[in-house]
Write a protein that binds this ligand. Structure first.
Ligand code: 5CA
Length: 159
């Protein structure tokens, strides 16, 4: 039941409601920490899993969010071209500091600060996709149009 959600999952559910989406956060009995585990738990293909990946600009220290298909690997050189500076994969502390969530549960919305966001166009091939919802066993189902609405992200070819 929604009332029993862990605090971080509740936060994502509240952010979805605030964004006007009827998506329901579900806590799975098994881990959804990785894209393949999330796909198994949701009963979908790994390409339908939304990975919410935080990168750091090496010049400015600015965080960038890439929401990518679980089937794709983000090309950091392409991302660097888009953001105008080299990027690196930050450590787990940086991710928590900028988003308010721990790796394995980072959601595409509800972060501590708004993040400049890029959407992997590979996610748009699917009718339904699943994203992390704050904890390593919470996820929610949405459409690619929902994802664009909640992130305000720019759709790009990033892999
Ligand atoms: N819950 C799943 C499916 S939605 C999930 O969050 N998958 S994920 O791909 O978005 O998050 C895991 C990602 O966190 C990895 O792909 C990797 O990019 C990043 N990551 C994992 N371990 C570390 C680490 N020690 N430091 C920095 N980033 C890490």
């Amino acid at each position: 039941m929604a009332d029993s959600l862990k605090t971080s999952a509740r936060r994502v559910q509240d952010a979805l409601l605030a964004a006007g989406l009827a998506c329901e956060v579900v806590e799975m009995p098994k881990t959804t920490r990785t894209a393949s585990e999330a796909a198994e738990a949701a009963g979908c293909r790994v390409g339908q899993i939304v990975k919410s990946l935080v990168f750091r600009g090496t010049r400015t220290g600015k965080p960038y969010l890439v929401v990518a298909s679980g089937a794709n690997r983000v090309n950091e050189k392409v991302l660097a071209g888009l953001v105008g500076e080299p990027v690196e994969m930050p450590d787990a502390d940086f991710v928590r500091e900028k988003t308010g969530f721990a790796i394995g549960g980072v959601p595409p919305l509800g972060h501590d600060e708004p993040l400049e966001t890029y959407i992997d166009q590979g996610l748009l091939e699917h009718e339904e996709i699943w994203a992390a919802a704050g904890t390593p066993n919470a996820i929610f189902k949405l459409t690619p149009a929902d994802l664009q609405a909640i992130t305000g992200g720019r759709v790009v070819k990033i892999s």
